[in-house]
Design a protein. Structure first.
Length: 383
């Protein structure tokens, strides 16, 4: 497996010039990759002696090269695609909501509460809510160890979903800070927001479904090298373990490496160049969509993108669904418990069971509940 990325901005997920991060891999041996890259460089008379995805995207000829590469290797490429701002919203849940809820975190993941919170934050951000922009900016600064307070406790909530989130953060600041402080001085803490490590791990798990053992080469990456021990533990692991992540669909959480992950220079390993082209093409296609610049090769991309990619999905805030309504009620419940300094998790199963029962019996309550708890300018609660 040869792996490379496109759109890397490290811990800065609010970079204005780069919306998507893509991490790509290709299953190929060194000899085949060398022969293929040399032939395509000669065929198209490319300059520089090396394939670079960002350069190929700049010209009509380059896009033809991309189309040929994706068509040739479409069944041997896997790519993880990550919307950066949305990933910041997902990490917000992981590091802000997860610590106070950790004793029963699996319950909240089962009802997709994490997806609800992440999509609310993201959608509020894209509609240019000043409150959401402040949340994102403050959170990123906090995680990057810049002196900052996430919120001011003097702010008065106005009972919108976003203010319920703010209320939750204010009242559980000590628990959240304790979790973040535990990561200080570690490599995980240093690269806490960057996406390369989780992307590579997800891709290798996906390849593990097809191959019993993997030999992995990555383009030189500082965060991956510093997190190398996270991959070393999978050397010689032959057992395949699956986990039910979503509605009965089991996905692997293991893979077997034949050796340590190798970090190599792309000019000496053409397989890296093929992965670079795939990553650049996917990041560009997700940003631009189908147009005259992508129509010759975008058709190949859906089959390459792994299921563990992380991109926004508004269906998790759809007011017509039981899940969205229940999660909105749950958010308000957690905010009120926080204000009253009551234990968050006492009786949580009974509460959710009662809410689910009521919403199933009275579907009309869904829209009424959403309408009572939404701001008029929130795009995810307008109908």
């Amino acid at each position: 497996m040869y792996c490379d990325e496109s759109g890397f901005t490290g811990n800065d997920l609010l970079d204005q010039g780069s919306t998507y991060f893509a991490y790509a891999s290709v299953a190929i041996n060194h000899e085949e990759a060398t022969e293929y890259v040399n032939n395509i460089i000669q065929k198209y008379k490319l300059q520089g002696g090396e394939l670079k995805g960002r350069n190929l995207l700049k010209s009509t000829k380059g896009k033809k090269v991309i189309a040929e590469i994706l068509s040739t290797f479409k069944d041997r490429i896997k790519v993880g695609v990550y919307h950066k701002k949305f990933n910041l919203a997902c990490k917000f849940y992981e590091y802000i909501f997860e610590p106070p809820l950790s004793e029963k975190s699996s319950l909240f993941y089962q009802i997709k509460f994490h997806r609800f919170i992440s999509n609310i934050l993201y959608l509020d951000f894209v509609c240019r809510s000043e409150e959401a922009e402040k949340i994102f900016s403050d959170f990123q600064n906090l995680m990057r160890k810049k002196p900052n307070y996430l919120f001011s406790s003097s702010e008065t909530p106005d009972m919108s979903p976003l203010d319920d989130i703010k209320t939750f953060c204010i009242h559980h600041r000590d628990t959240i800070n304790q979790e973040l402080n535990s990561l200080q001085g570690t490599d995980i803490g240093k690269w806490i927001l960057e996406l390369s490590t989780s992307a590579l791990f997800s891709i290798l798990c996906d390849w593990g479904k097809e191959f019993n053992q993997l030999k992995v080469f990555c383009d030189v990456s500082k965060p991956l090298k510093e997190n190398k021990e996270l991959f070393d533990v999978w050397i010689g692991i032959k057992d395949k373990i699956y986990f039910d992540f979503f509605q009965g669909v089991e996905e692997p959480i293991t893979f077997n490496l034949s050796q340590e992950v190798q970090f190599v220079e792309s000019d000496k390993f053409p397989g890296i160049q093929i992965a670079d082209v795939a990553a650049a093409a996917c990041a560009y296609a997700f940003k631009e969509g189908v147009n005259q610049n992508t129509e010759s090769w975008i058709e190949h991309i859906p089959g390459m993108v792994i299921g563990k990619s992380v991109i926004p999905d508004e269906s998790y805030t759809d007011p017509n669904t039981l899940d969205a309504t229940r999660n909105l009620i749950l958010l308000r419940y957690l905010a009120e418990k926080s204000i009253n300094k009551q234990p968050l998790l006492d009786g949580i199963e009974e509460f959710l069971s009662a809410v689910t029962h009521d919403l199933n019996l009275n579907p009309s309550n869904r829209i009424a509940t959403i309408a009572e708890n939404s701001r008029s300018d929130a795009p995810y609660f307008n109908f």
